[in-house]
Design a binder for this molecule. Structure first.
Ligand code: PEP
Ligand code: MG
Length: 569
């Protein structure tokens, strides 16, 4: 049994599909039979075309990818069928007697260099496509198998070091979950698993070495365990756990279209956290009343260079349209800390979580910020947009950020571009200084969203990534509850709304207290929404207020938890 992090809820038992990226190694050995080598290349080319067509077909049938994502496969097909590519490789084989694999590598390197040096995003992105396609070609020349996740046709649990976004995009209905060596609750693969609603255990060190394809695996993504080749009793226990979870999920479905109202008529908003358009369907399917946090950093992290205004505009428009007029809170770039970019070197710092990140970077490198704000303003006419600045510590920072937004908005309007007139501009409250001064911030911000993931780490001086000090990660500590209380009261004093998009918002044991403290909006992963709704519907606002008052007067987190559990009983 191995311990990991339960990143996307569920339990499943299935055979292991061990995902390993193959090594494709070419040598510069010369050949004597040129015609045979050309024939070998042509055969590899045919197989590559058939492989990509197969992947495209299966991905299309699985119906999980957008048209845009499917189009990537068409681009790859066009590239591999481009006579220019094959022509150059064949000439090299014929003229220089190099082997097909080596010729492919040389031509690929040249094309990649050429694309990468171009002063145009579109062509620079093509370099990645050339690498992808020629990797397949070389593998087929050498007879090396490339794993094709779309070809999985029996119930499987994928075990991998990590899953890339394109790996996760290829998962079909036979995939019952995955376990990865690295990653945390908020890593890309975890967020994707939540949106696809498949169980996932991440950060499970040693799992890759502990399994081989075909082993049985019990994946407990409720408590974060992986059991390799479980005994009969273990299989029975996990099957029962899986059934209980599935039954609960089924029972919760009746709440999809219900309002989130307490027994005494108090309404709150239950929204979903998303990392991109892919997650929108999950939020709607689970009865989300809006998006309370769109983490735009994924747009930047998945790109090969700073995403352009146009690329961002398309992404924001898609999400706003997808949410069909429901509120969407888009957080401006929150990069730095543990989130890095391939194309930007962050300064070396002793404590990156306390360093140059998020709004600090955006206020320093204003062009990056302006591009994002312009894209957001342009997309605003396609839905109900709220813009939110991350990591705000001072009122001055908020004012400066808002002023840049106002400038870009005014410029667009002067250019004759339509911008919605109902955009709300708010901020994350995730630094204790902002919580303490919330009543002042509320004079400027249209709303707050409390980021407990960071608020707790900064309040307790306990790194959210460190296992050693994980015991200090205490959402129920009365000190945290008091900061939350101050934030909500600060907002309400100025007639503004207060939400929460940190992980605490979706914790069943936190919902009654947060409701009692007056939280207006709760934003969580889509799979948690219905459970939260069931809790809200079972509570009375007055009782919740009494509970919250008792909780903030407690000494310890354990006392608070005991109080809540007693109430929920
Ligand atoms: C938070 O800090 O609570 C939050 C929602 O932001 P992130 O987890 O992306 O830092
Ligand atoms: Mg944060």
């Amino acid at each position: 049994m191995l311990k990991g992090i339960a990143a996307s809820a569920g339990v499943s038992i299935a055979k292991v599909y061990k995902l390993e990226t193959p090594v494709v190694f070419v040598t510069d050995e010369k050949i004597s039979d040129v015609e045979a080598e050309v024939a070998k290349f042509n055969a590899a080319m045919e197989k590559t075309i058939a492989d990509i067509e197969g992947i495209k077909d299966r991905a299309t049938k699985a119906g999980r990818l957008s048209a845009e994502e499917i189009a990537v496969f068409d681009a790859h097909l066009m590239m591999v069928q481009d006579p220019e590519l094959a022509g150059q490789i064949v000439s090299m084989i014929k003229d220089q007697s190099v082997n097909a694999g080596y010729a492919t590598e040389l031509v690929s390197n040249m094309m990649v260099m050429m694309f990468e040096s171009m002063d145009n995003d579109y062509f620079r992105e093509r370099a990645a496509d050339v690498k992808d396609v020629t990797f397949r070609l070389k593998a087929n020349i050498l007879g090396v198998m490339i794993p094709d996740l779309t070809a999985i046709d029996e119930e499987s649990i994928i075990v991998a070091h990590d899953l890339t976004p394109s790996d996760t995009a290829q998962l079909n209905e036979f995939v019952r979950g995955f376990a990865t060596e690295i990653g945390g609750k908020t890593s890309h693969s975890a967020i994707m698993a939540n949106s696809l609603e498949i169980p996932a255990v991440v950060g499970c060190a040693g799992v890759l070495g502990a399994v081989k394809t075909g082993d049985m695996l019990a994946l407990d993504a409720l408590d974060g365990f992986v059991v390799v080749n479980p005994t009969e009793e273990e299989v029975a226990a996990y099957k029962a756990k899986a059934e209980a979870y599935a039954k609960e999920k089924e029972e919760l479905k009746v709440l999809v279209n219900e309002p989130s109202v307490t027994t005494d008529g108090h309404h709150v908003e239950l929204a979903g956290n998303i990392g991109g358009f892919k997650d929108v369907a999950g939020v709607l399917k689970n009865g989300g009343e809006g998006v309370g946090l769109f983490r735009t950093e994924f747009l930047y992290m998945d790109a090969e260079d700073w995403p352009t205004e146009e690329e961002q505009f398309i992404a924001y428009r898609q999400v706003l349209e997808g949410m069909q007029g429901k509120k969407v809170v888009v957080r401006t770039l929150d990069i730095g800390g543990d989130k890095h970019l391939k194309y930007y070197d962050f300064p070396e710092e002793m404590n990156p979580f306390l360093g140059y990140r998020a709004i600090r970077l955006c206020l320093d490198q204003k062009d990056i910020f302006r591009t994002q704000l312009r894209a957001l303003c342009r997309a605003s006419v396609y839905g109900q947009l709220c813009i939110m600045f991350p990591m705000i510590a001072t009122v001055q920072e908020f004012r400066d950020a808002k002023a840049i937004y106002e400038e870009e908005k005014a410029k667009l309007l002067a250019e004759g571009v339509a911008v919605a007139d109902n955009i709300q501009v708010g901020m994350m409250v995730e630094i204790p200084a902002a919580a303490v001064l919330a009543d002042q911030f509320a004079k400027y911000a249209d709303f707050f969203s409390i980021g407990t993931n960071d608020l707790i780490q900064y309040s307790m001086a306990a790194d959210r990534m460190s296992q050693k000090v994980a015991y200090l990660y205490q959402p129920w500590n009365p000190s945290i509850l008091r900061l939350i209380k101050m934030t909500i009261e600060g907002a309400h004093k100025e007639g503004k709304w207060a939400g929460m998009c940190g992980a605490m918002a979706g914790e069943p044991n936190a919902v009654p207290i947060l409701l009692g403290l007056g939280l207006d909006e709760f934003s969580m992963s889509a799979s948690q929404i219905l459970k939260a709704r069931r809790i809200v519907k079972s509570l009375n606002k007055k009782d919740a207020e009494a509970l919250a008052a008792k909780a903030v007067a407690c000494d310890t987190a354990d006392e608070v938890l005991a109080l809540v559990k007693n109430t929920l009983k």
